[in-house]
Design a protein around this ligand. Structure first.
Ligand SMILES: [Zn+2]
Length: 185
C-alpha cells in the first residue's frame, strides 16, 4: 500500500525547499540595504543603481550594468576598437544626457575573451559618483569594489540546494517505483 502520509510529508518538504530556493534567489539578487545610486561625476545626472550592477571589469576600469537610466544615451553609430583590451570589438559609445560627457560603452561583437560583456553597459568607474542610500554619503566609484563574490557565493549555495533537491527527488522516485512496480511484480 502507498504510505500517503509519508509521501505527502516528502512533497511538503520539497515544496518548502522550492519556496526557500526561490526566496534565496530573490534575496541574493535584490540587496536594497546596500544599494547605491550611480551619478554622473560631472553634472550629477542619475545613470543607474547598483541593483543593476553585475560586477566590474577591472582591466577596462568599468562597472558592468544590466540596465541604466534613459539619461545614459547610446550613440547611433557602431565603432570599432583597434587597440587596447577591447581590440577587435565593435561597440557603441554612451554619453551623459546632462553634460554630454563620455559614460562608457556597450560592446556588440567582441573577441571570445570578452564575449560575456556583449550587450551589457560598461560604465567607466572614474566618471561615476555613488550615492549611498543607507548613510546618505557620496563616494567615488573608483574607490569602491563591485566584484561578483556575493553572486558567486549565492550560486554556490543555490547549487547545494539544487543537489539536495535532486537527491530528494531521486529518493521519492525510487520509493514510488517500489510501490507501483515492486509489489505487483
Ligand atoms: Zn553628466
Amino acid at each position: 500500500m502507498l504510505n500517503t502520509t509519508e509521501e505527502s510529508a516528502s512533497c511538503s518538504t520539497l515544496e518548502t525547499s522550492l519556496v526557500n530556493l526561490t526566496k534565496g534567489v530573490h534575496l541574493a539578487r535584490v540587496d536594497y540595504q546596500n544599494a547605491m545610486v550611480l551619478h554622473c561625476g560631472m553634472c550629477n545626472t542619475t545613470w543607474g543603481d547598483t541593483l543593476e550592477v553585475c560586477g566590474e571589469e577591472k582591466q577596462l576600469n568599468s562597472i558592468i550594468c544590466l540596465r541604466v537610466t534613459k539619461d545614459v544615451v547610446v550613440k547611433d553609430e557602431l565603432e570599432f576598437k583597434l587597440e587596447g583590451r577591447m581590440a577587435g570589438s565593435t561597440y557603441k559609445a554612451l554619453h551623459c544626457a546632462g553634460c554630454q560627457c563620455f559614460v562608457g560603452v556597450v560592446p556588440y561583437s567582441t573577441p571570445k575573451h570578452l564575449s560575456a560583456l556583449r550587450n551589457l553597459f560598461l560604465l567607466q568607474k572614474e566618471n561615476i559618483n555613488c550615492y549611498n542610500l543607507r548613510n546618505g554619503t557620496m563616494e567615488k566609484a573608483s574607490s569602491l569594489h563591485f566584484d561578483q563574490s556575493t553572486v558567486h557565493k549565492s550560486i554556490k549555495e543555490l547549487k547545494q540546494e539544487i543537489d539536495l533537491l535532486a537527491e530528494t527527488l531521486t529518493a521519492m522516485e525510487k520509493r514510488l517505483k517500489g510501490v507501483y512496480f515492486g509489489k505487483e511484480g
